[in-house]
Design a protein around this ligand. Sequence first.
Ligand SMILES: [Zn+2]
Length: 103
Amino acid sequence: MALNERDFFTEQPEMKPMALSCPKCGHRQEYQLRWIHRTKKDRIPAGADERDRALFSKLKDYLVRAEDFATCGKCKRRFEIPSHQSLAMYEPLAGLPVDDYDQ
Ligand SMILES: [Zn+2]
């Protein structure tokens, strides 16, 4: 059984502020958003093969945004948070293949 990237992390919810501009009225403010903080495990899980080991050595802690919408504090309209802002690194994830990253 192949390991999933998730097997390498422990997950924890975390609130983080994020500055967003409302696409409807242009109002910019900070939102407290829920994220999932993925912390790399101290050791690689049992059953890891060579490929898993190579991947594991490159992994860093990161955050995945758990909310897709924010409500503007000015015009009160709901808007979608741009998807390119759905991940945040604690450090750059250099060299990690995109295929693995998206699983
Ligand atoms: Zn607005």
